[in-house]
Design a protein around this ligand. Structure first.
Ligand code: FES
Length: 119
């Protein structure tokens, strides 16, 4: 599920970073983006990009799992709707932040507003 992080660097595309190709994502389901606190997820035929830290208590969602269009946190098992980021009903905390993606050929891109901390 969580292979080695990928590197990103594309000065010609400000705001958009290349993350990985579709075949890798289909094989791994969840890919961590090196140097960014982001994940890209294969969700039943759709590609979703989101923040890596759980909005509840900051667990690493890269260690979670995906089922039935939801991302499940590995720490307390709350889950997030991968269509809008909504957290499981009854759980405190904001929704999961999602990011725009685009796909050119086999390449997946994520639009990020600013540089985030490095892991
Ligand atoms: S840290 Fe993710 S549900 Fe609590």
């Amino acid at each position: 599920m969580c292979g080695k992080p990928i590197s990103v660097d594309d000065p010609d595309e400000p705001g958009w970073i290349p993350v990985c190709d579709l075949s890798r994502l289909k094989a791994e389901t969840i890919v961590r983006v090196a140097g960014r606190d982001l994940l890209v997820i294969w969700n039943e035929g759709d590609v979703v990009a989101c923040e890596r830290a759980c909005p509840h208590e900051q667990a690493d969602l890269g260690l979670g799992h995906v089922a039935e269009k939801r991302l499940f946190c590995p720490r307390h098992a709350a889950s997030f709707d991968l269509r809008d980021g909504a957290i499981t009903a009854g759980w405190p905390g904001p929704p999961l932040r999602l990011y725009p993606i685009r796909i050119t050929g086999e390449q997946i891109w994520i639009e990020v507003p600013e540089r985030r901390s490095v892991r």
